[in-house]
Design a protein around this ligand. Sequence first.
Ligand code: URA
Ligand code: SF4
Length: 192
Amino acid sequence: MFETLEEINQVVKNCKKCKLCNTRKNTVFGTGNPNNGIMFIGEGPGADEDSIGEPFVGKAGKLMNQAFLGLGIKREEVYITNIVKCRPPNNRNPEKEEAFACMDYLRNQVILIKPKIIVLLGNVALKNILGEEYGITKARGKWIEKKGILYMPTFHPAALLRNENLKIDFWNDLKEVKAKADIFLNSNDIYK
Ligand code: URA
Ligand code: SF4
């Protein structure tokens, strides 16, 4: 158990708990404001994220930024991270053992950030956090409460790049998140 996010980040930078450490350029720990009670969790770094060391800075991230902009959510005021902190080669899904090995870090991030709302971006985040029995097509758009945290599963933004038709659901899900955050989080900082 670590006391600060920076402490975890330093350990992650040198982590060799799974084989993704062999191929990464940079670890991708998380960015944004950890004090506003809201987290977005993706799958794992892609090529751009691996090069830069920050989550969602590639094509999928740009799409997410557009949605944030349209909805008036300030990206830098939410906290964004991933299930695995190192890039899976060729952007394959993280394997079970990799996600399991990395989960302690995410768990510790959640303990320190104490989010009221967690947005799960795609199937990998959904299944690793809420359980294998969930699937994104069915679960998306509906709040799930567990241990005092409200989870909103939605599509991964990379899925929207492959299928434009999913954009409207993604947008509506984030709109729902914003509305809930308006009620739940008395922070004016998240919004423009
Ligand atoms: N896809 C993810 O799941 N996470 C990122 O950080 C970038 C792309
Ligand atoms: Fe460590 Fe996670 Fe990177 Fe694997 S993915 S090496 S567990 S930081």
